[in-house]
Design a protein. Structure first.
Length: 79
């Protein structure tokens, strides 16, 4: 899957929620918070899935990881 996002505040982390699509009710699998500083290049990031609890200071880790290729550019026309 490829996604392109435009964001105003590059100092805030990108939040990715992972869900399992079921017929009756979707199931939450985990969440990943990505710090994406402006690097103007592609980087590979591997993150452990976390629970989406209210307190992110002590996240509860879940089984599973995401391998993500991230590129953050300061010029939106660069991509």
């Amino acid at each position: 899957m490829k996604c392109v996002f435009v964001r105003k505040r590059t100092e805030k982390p990108v939040k990715i929620d992972v869900w399992s699509s079921n017929l009756v009710k979707d199931t939450f699998i985990g969440r990943v918070l990505l710090d994406c500083p402006v690097t103007n290049s592609m980087t590979k990031v591997e993150k452990q899935l976390q629970d989406k609890g209210k307190r992110m200071e002590e996240p509860e880790y879940r089984l599973g990881k995401l391998l993500i290729h991230v590129a953050t550019f300061d010029n939106p026309m660069h991509f």
